[in-house]
Design a protein around this ligand. Structure first.
Ligand code: CAA
Length: 386
């Protein structure tokens, strides 16, 4: 009991050092552009350049392929610190991880070398699961890959694809045996330059405006069999295993958004004077800020625990991944809404970042599985925590 550093709730020094360096980079090179990126709905190029040159855009890539080999908690801290100042920018490391985890879990060494090396060098990697009629019910997808000689021909379209058009590589889930439903789905890597690949218009979103979201179309895209990264029919399971690891990155993003809004609200509450004193001196405001701090702390513990389970492939990972995503994103929605409330009229206009943070928080409750789907996943995995 005498050495508190040995207690499990203290992060090892290397993670605190990572947080410090990412925060410094985010404050200096990402935050100054966050307002413009949102207002102009433009790609956060400055953030991409800063993250890429610091090895943070795809830090999860193993060192043998030129990445940093960051573990799940390291990636969580990177995303959290970037999201604290700019949620759109935090999708750069998050999307790159989401797109490439199927390859890391299912690909052979040759395939990993082929696509992870350029990913570490700055080529993006997106994940194509959702379709216009297959969102929550991802297994109902219609995109088809049909055998042709030794290879495949891909036809169909994917919707809501983060970084579509920007990324060079795409993990695409396609049905190879429609009669088998989710058990007839196979995973492929498709490249932007493949003949027959094209992209739809940019979606006009409520938040995350700096992150491009487009449809991806496949028109008779011919793929050799070495593009296949799952066993035939095992793609859905690979897609779900991937989400077990990456929903935690959305929890991290939500955590960062909430932390950013909490900091702005607390500073404002101390500075803003009404009725002759700072509004922080009113209990009504103190209680809101106390709740924010309490809920963020709880979300952080759950998210870090889930990251550690991702690393150890714990039996209760599926539950913890869904729980962290669901809890942290609900916290982000509440904290950002309350932050707008603390700032009053100033919170509702774009002179302060909290209205942007509130719009950004909303998406975290929706993508990588709605929070209703997270609760369904948790309910199906209660045995792992009994
Ligand atoms: N790990 C491994 N395999 C799994 C698994 C997991 N966690 N979950 C399911 N599977 C496999 C199993 O093999 C299962 O077969 P068994 O019955 O033999 O176990 C098979 O998949 C089918 O599973 P279910 O019967 O559970 O499938 P379902 O049709 O009921 O759907 C679902 C399950 C949880 C609802 C799933 O469809 C789902 O997660 N939906 C949400 C989709 C989603 O999260 N989309 C996010 C898109 S990405 C995005 O948003 C990113 C972005 O922009 C940044």
């Amino acid at each position: 009991m005498e050495n508190s550093a040995a207690l499990p709730f203290t992060l090892p020094d290397e993670y605190e050092a990572l947080r410090e360096s990412v925060r410094a980079l985010a404050d200096k090179k990402i935050q100054p552009f966050a307002h413009d990126v949102d207002a102009q709905a433009r790609f956060p190029q400055e953030a991409f350049d800063a993250l890429q040159s610091a090895g943070l855009a795809a830090a999860h890539v193993p060192t043998q392929f030129g990445g940093e080999g960051a573990d799940a908690l390291g990636v969580v801290i990177i995303i959290e610190e970037v999201a604290r100042v700019c949620a759109s920018s935090s999708l750069i490391p998050a999307v790159n991880k989401l797109g490439s985890v199927p390859l890391m879990l299912g690909g052979n060494e040759e395939q990993k070398k082929r696509w992870l090396t350029p990913l570490a060098q700055g080529k993006g990697f997106s994940y194509c699961l959702s379709e216009s009629e297959a969102g929550s019910d991802a297994g109902a997808m219609k995109t088809r890959a049909v055998r042709k000689g030794d290879g495949w021909v891909l036809n169909g379209s994917k919707k809501w694809i983060s970084h579509a058009g920007f990324s060079e590589f795409y993990t695409v889930l396609a049905s190879t045996d429609p009669e088998k439903g989710p058990k007839g789905i196979t995973a492929f890597v498709v490249e932007k330059s493949d003949a027959g690949v094209s992209f739809g218009a940019h979606e006009k979103k409520m938040g995350f405006k700096g992150s491009p979201t487009r449809e991806v179309y496949f028109d008779n895209v011919e793929l050799s069999d070495d593009r296949r990264i799952s066993e035939v029919g095992a793609g859905f399971s690979l897609a779900m295993k991937t989400l077990d690891h990456t929903r935690i990155t959305i929890a991290a993003q939500a955590l960062g958004i909430a932390q950013g809004a909490f900091e702005v609200a607390t500073k404002y509450a101390h500075e803003r004077k009404q009725f002759g004193k700072s509004i922080f001196d009113f209990q009504a405001v103190q209680f809101m800020l106390a709740d924010m701090a309490m809920e963020i702390a709880a979300a952080r513990q759950l998210t870090y625990a889930a990251a550690s389970k991702s690393e150890s492939l714990a039996a209760d990972l599926t539950f913890f991944s869904a729980a962290s995503k669901c809890y942290a994103t609900d916290v982000a929605m509440k904290v950002t809404t309350d932050a707008v409330q603390v700032l009053g009229g100033y919170g509702y206009v774009s002179d302060y970042p909290v209205e942007r943070m509130m719009r950004d928080a909303k998406l975290t409750q929706i993508y990588e599985g709605t929070n209703q789907i997270q609760r369904l996943v948790m309910a199906r995995n209660l045995n792992s925590v009994l």
